[in-house]
Design a protein around this ligand. Structure first.
Ligand code: OX2
Length: 799
């Protein structure tokens, strides 16, 4: 977008005056940020309106991506880059005496997600907009996002993330588009067998819309987040006592107050169920209203609307759409089911049993009586249709309601036209293990869509130094089509280019080290190898294995004071769910280890270890461009895909990985020489699991190195860890090491040593690095979204 700088200056000053009744030289950077964002939002509003009108007038099919999480990250820089306003706005701010960098830093990150699932949703929204696909997000506007993580005596402490304290300048509250969501009450059938829902509680859902901007082709989609609010009609105002009103307001707001800081178990169950229905019901009602304005036959609904269910959290979309079609549009069951199935598609993101949602039937019966009736009918129809062709066990595995629980994954597969996994291995496991009976019934519905990442955020925006070098080398075409990055393969033996690659990495490492010094007073040596593991803390992700190995290196250095090694800084970042006791013990372990190693003069800088507090998208954007080694070390079969693995690869880090999730596909892209693989593979893990022939104590008893590190969890070797090592010790020996940490220890140790040794030959390393970047184009979320659009959503277009 071309802007007139003088006009923009005036508009910004005016916005500041409106917002604060102050002149520009008296406001803070935080205040400038607010007014700047609003000015930019105003500048794009014309295109936003045009885009909505175009979609409506051309009767284009729209995709609605329903997700409990959208981890969108900071928006200002991305918006400036996409609108092409970055340079002009930087100049304007300079004229006013401000540095853009400071203003970017004052943006509070909306932490509306836990990790990969929420970040994927954000990348997908970005790709839809950039490809010109009418794809809208539908989610929850949490008053408090993901908690702020702090450490106290090495322990994680959770602080509220009050991200809306200074307001969100990108959003627009649309009270006139509010919806009514009904909870509780009873349902009876009238004389014509029509259901009558009575005695329910009404909650108003108010949408807040944010623009999702494409690059240069003028597509601006909408992320609609719903907030639970008390809205009284004028007539009600006089009839409610003030004190009761306040209490009611608080009660209602509770529904959208907090994001559950847990992506593995369902906590605060009833409230979470309420959240799920709340945004699903509001979203579908508003979609139906828009559809009806088109004045088409209801049978056209699936031709104009695709609803995507991001994991099972929004699976109530299914009975809710059926409810609308039956009770409000007065369709027959068969047609309602057909339309619903043709509209819905579902992505599964995990095979971890504890994360597969199951709701106690009585919860649904009490909270959503009409929805529960519909679920019972769907289950009855499923059983009627398939009971004769399935064994009792198959029927038990596939039915929707069983043993007093409603199984949301089964509902999602049975009632949608597409179920996809998020990497080849994961889809394969869904089809052959976890959902094998559903796959037997509906083989055509299962498909793979390997995850992807937005290269606009994950290289263009976060790594401008590497991006410019790529421009210089192969031209700028890759910014439109990341598959063009493959042209870098031609430079893998070009020694000038390899030197440049190294220089870029070194600049990024220095910048990162400076930032860490200034913000946390960390002393990171930019000459050391940056070995990074950033992700949620989870047993299956095995930060524990990484930390045990560092403990091993510490012992080695103490035992062999002259031991020579390439200096390495081990960097961790990530939050543990507040209720996840063991993950929190791993955090404590890492912090204790960091304390002892970083302050021990005998280590002489050979190893250092840092756990950066409050890991989030903005931090990831700083860490990833500076990383040499990317740790992707989950127990094989457990990580559905992973997406940080792709971000690191794109930025030229070398992956140290198990054969899990998308690591396998990364290996296929770069070849065996440019990735370091270790550990058990899928077959070996499945074999241990089914034959119960794994014995961790045997390994411990018979291996001196392993015994030494494991014992130092509990023998006082790390005084700061205190008694907190006991639980971790027990996880290995009393619980027989469910994630095969001890089994994989040696191959991990050797792979890590080999990789660090390879760093000595910098030419070879830089070659590996460039090969990684060159072959990362396939993991662009644009490529993934093209496949969703064509193969799942049935959206046609020129992309
Ligand atoms: C995550 C998965 O754990 C991760 O492997 C995957 O890359 C990501 O989703 C995006 O697909 N909550 N988070 C996930 O699954 C669930 C459930």
């Amino acid at each position: 977008m071309q802007i007139d700088k003088e006009q923009f200056k005036k508009d910004l000053a005016e916005q500041i005056q409106k917002d604060y009744s102050q002149s520009i030289d008296t406001v803070s950077t935080g205040e400038i940020y607010q007014s700047l964002a609003k000015t930019i939002r105003y500048y794009i509003s014309g295109d936003w309106i045009k885009c909505k009108d175009k979609v409506r007038d051309n009767l284009e099919k729209q995709v609605y991506y329903f997700s409990m999480e959208f981890m969108i990250g900071r928006l200002l820089k991305e918006t400036l880059l996409k609108t092409g306003m970055l340079e002009d706005v930087t100049d304007v701010l300079k004229d006013f005496g401000f540095k853009l960098e400071d203003i970017l830093e004052s943006e509070r990150e909306p932490g509306l997600g836990n990790g990969g699932l929420g970040r994927l949703a954000a990348c997908f929204m970005d790709s839809c907009a950039c490809l010109g696909i009418p794809g809208n997000g539908n989610g929850i506007r949490y008053n408090y996002g993901m908690f702020e993580q702090r450490f106290s005596d090495g322990n994680q402490v959770e602080w509220p993330d009050d991200w809306l304290r200074n307001k969100n300048p990108w959003e627009i509250r649309k009270e006139n588009r509010k919806e009514v969501v009904k909870f509780g009450g009873t349902v009876r059938m009238d004389a014509n067998l029509k259901p009558i829902h009575e005695g329910y509680e009404i909650i108003h859902a108010v949408p807040y819309d944010m623009p999702i901007i494409g690059n240069d082709d003028k597509t601006i989609n909408t992320l609609r987040l719903w907030s639970a609010e008390l809205i009284l009609e004028d007539s009600e105002l006089n009839s409610v006592e003030y004190s009761k009103l306040e209490a009611k307001k608080i009660e209602i707001q509770k529904i959208t107050n907090v994001l559950y800081p847990d992506d593995s178990t369902d906590e605060g169950k009833l409230l979470r169920l309420k959240q799920e229905y709340f945004f699903v019901s509001a979203g579908l009602q508003s979609i139906m209203k828009d559809f009806k304005k088109l004045k088409l036959s209801i049978s056209e609904f699936p031709n104009k609307v695709a609803v995507h269910i991001n994991d099972t959290h929004p699976a109530l979309c299914i009975p809710e759409l059926i409810r609308i079609l039956l009770d409000e549009e007065h369709l027959e069951w068969e047609e309602a089911i057909e339309i619903t199935r043709a509209t819905m598609s579902y992505t599964n993101h995990t095979i971890m049993q504890e994360a597969l949602e199951k709701w106690p039937a009585h919860f649904l019966k009490n909270l959503l009586p009409r929805i529960y009736m519909i679920l019972e009918e769907l289950d009855r129809r499923f059983n009627d249709k398939y009971s004769s062709s399935l064994t009792e066990e198959q029927l038990r595995n596939t039915s929707i309601i069983r043993d007093g629980y409603v199984r949301m994954a089964n509902l999602s597969v049975i009632m949608s036209h597409s179920t996809n996994g998020v990497a080849k291995l994961h889809t394969d496991l869904l089809k052959t293990e976890v959902m094998k009976d559903l796959n037997f019934l509906f083989p055509d519905r299962f498909n793979n869509k390997t995850n992807g990442i937005s290269y606009r955020r994950w290289i263009e925006s976060c790594n401008p130094t590497l991006s410019s070098l790529i421009d210089e080398t192969i031209g700028k075409e890759w910014r439109k089509n990341p598959l063009e990055l493959a042209k870098l393969n031609d430079y893998k033996d070009d020694s000038t280019m390899l030197d440049k690659i190294e220089r870029v990495k070194n600049i990024n490492k220095e910048n990162f080290s400076d930032y860490m010094k200034q913000r946390y007073d960390f002393d990171i040596d930019p000459k050391s190898i940056y070995d990074v593991q950033i992700k949620r803390f989870h047993e299956y992700k095995r930060q524990f294995l990484n930390a045990l190995h560092i403990l091993y290196l510490y012992h080695k250095i103490l035992r062999e004071p002259d031991y020579k090694m390439q200096p390495v800084t081990f960097i961790f970042g990530g939050k543990a769910a507040s209720s996840y006791y063991r993950a929190k013990k791993v955090i404590k372990f890492i912090n204790s280890l960091a304390y002892h190693i970083n302050t021990d003069p005998r280590v002489k800088g050979r190893i250092k270890i840092y756990l950066i507090p409050n890991y989030n998208v903005s931090l990831a954007e700083r860490i990833i461009p500076a990383t040499n080694i990317s740790e992707q070390i989950s127990t094989a079969t457990k990580e559905a895909s992973g997406t940080s693995n792709m971000k690191f690869m794109l930025n030229g880090a070398i992956t140290l990985a198990t054969l899990d999730g998308a690591n396998i596909e990364i290996k296929d892209q770069v070849g065996d020489d440019n990735i370091m693989i270790f550990g058990l593979n899928k077959e070996e893990v499945l074999d241990y699991q089914s034959n119960h022939n794994y014995n961790a104590s045997d390994i411990y008893q018979n291996d001196q190195d392993i015994k030494m590190v494991v014992d130092s969890l509990v023998n006082g070797f790390l005084p700061k860890l205190g008694y907190d090592g006991i639980d971790l010790y027990d996880s290995l020996l009393k619980e027989n090491d469910r994630y095969y940490v001890l089994k994989d220890f040696h191959s991990y140790k050797e792979a890590s040593a080999k990789l660090r040794c390879m760093y000595k030959d910098r030419k070879k390393w830089n070659k590996m690095s460039i090969i990684n970047t060159a072959n990362a184009g396939i993991f662009s979320s644009d490529e993934t979204i093209k496949r969703y659009a064509k193969e799942i959503w049935n959206v046609n277009g020129d992309f």
